[in-house]
Ligand binder design. Structure first.
Ligand code: NAD
Length: 281
């Protein structure tokens, strides 16, 4: 197998598909003839992405509301998809993100900051921490549990988790997001082994840095539109010298979904302009 023809007509569910990366993936997958179901907690976003995929590519796409943290909501869409559309061939776990509530104000704590501990690790709101951890980790585990059962019964399917650079080395300020994405990589390996003889492959993609809604508040100064110091640091640590474009992920996703990668399971591919390869000097 050395082309992507096996992908035509397959059905892929994309969670968080109303977002920047999910919607770009939906368009890219449609280019290879893959039909998509866009799931998002924001129904309008899911519908809009599906409508634009259909209009621009002519390939079927459906937008449905689903909360990746609510089993009932996932069961409901599973029944709808199986009853009204078809069996699911692929699942992309794309829902995720960070939040200011789970972000420390300080990057690191020095002896000069002892009067200001609330801006450090000690000021993190547990509730915010839990929300971000759950969205990224439980929000990957739960849809997988609900939507991959039939894949295993049919002995075929591919699961693709969207991880992050934080899975390898945590960035400062965002411990919940980092811990959750590290867990996503660990879980990818665990499930890949668990499903290896059941005909279902499980892999991940770790995008480098893309300017999207979840990180704009950290990387771009709202008033001036200039890069923040953190944004500049990221660019300086990305050997290719730019943020990624969401479409940069498409090729890797198509490869991991297709039979071209049929002997590959349990890996995470960075799509990062060299960020994870760079030692900083
Ligand atoms: P985004 O905010 O544009 O998209 C995320 C989508 O998830 C949104 O449409 C949101 O409504 C949806 N969502 C949130 N909570 C949900 C829930 N409970 N149930 C269902 N849907 C929910 O962000 P993005 O940048 O497109 O991120 C997509 C994935 O890529 C995330 O997992 C993110 O962590 C990962 N990622 C992004 C970057 C980046 O630089 N943008 C880098 C690495 C990894």
């Amino acid at each position: 197998m050395n082309d992507l023809k096996d992908l035509k007509g397959k059905l892929c569910v994309i969670t968080g598909g109303g977002g920047v990366i999910g919607s770009s993936l939906a368009h890219g997958l449609a280019g290879a003839g893959i039909r998509t179901v866009i799931l998002d907690i924001v129904e309008d976003a899911a519908r809009k992405v599906a409508a634009s995929v259909k209009e621009e590519t002519g390939v079927e796409s459906y937008g449905l509301k689903a909360n990746v943290l609510d089993r009932e909501s996932l069961e409901e869409v599973r029944k709808k998809i199986n009853g009204e559309i078809s069996e699911i061939d692929f699942l992309i776990n794309g829902a995720g993100g960070n939040s200011p509530q789970a972000t420390t104000k300080m990057e690191e704590l020095t002896e000069n900051d002892l009067g200001d501990l609330e801006n450090s690790f000690f000021g993190l709101e547990l509730e915010g921490f839990q929300k971000v951890f759950d969205l990224n980790f439980m929000g990957t585990l739960l849809p997988t549990m609900v939507l991959s059962r039939k894949m295993v019964e049919r002995q075929k399917g591919v699961i693709l988790n969207i991880s992050s650079m934080n899975a390898y080395k945590p960035l400062t300020k965002i411990p919940a997001y980092s811990a959750a994405k590290a867990s996503v990589n660990n879980f990818t390996e665990w499930l890949a082994v668990h499903f290896a003889k059941a005909g279902v492959r499980v892999n991940a993609i770790a995008p480098g840095f893309f300017l999207t809604n979840q990180n704009r508040f950290l990387l771009v100064d709202e008033a001036s539109g200039d890069l923040t110091d953190r944004g500049k640091k990221i660019i300086n640590n990305t050997p290719m010298g730019t943020f990624g474009e969401p479409g940069d992920i498409t090729g890797t996703a198509l490869y991991l979904l297709s039979d071209m990668s049929h002997f590959i399971t349990g890996i995470c591919i960075p799509v990062d302009g060299g960020y994870s390869a760079f030692g900083g000097v």
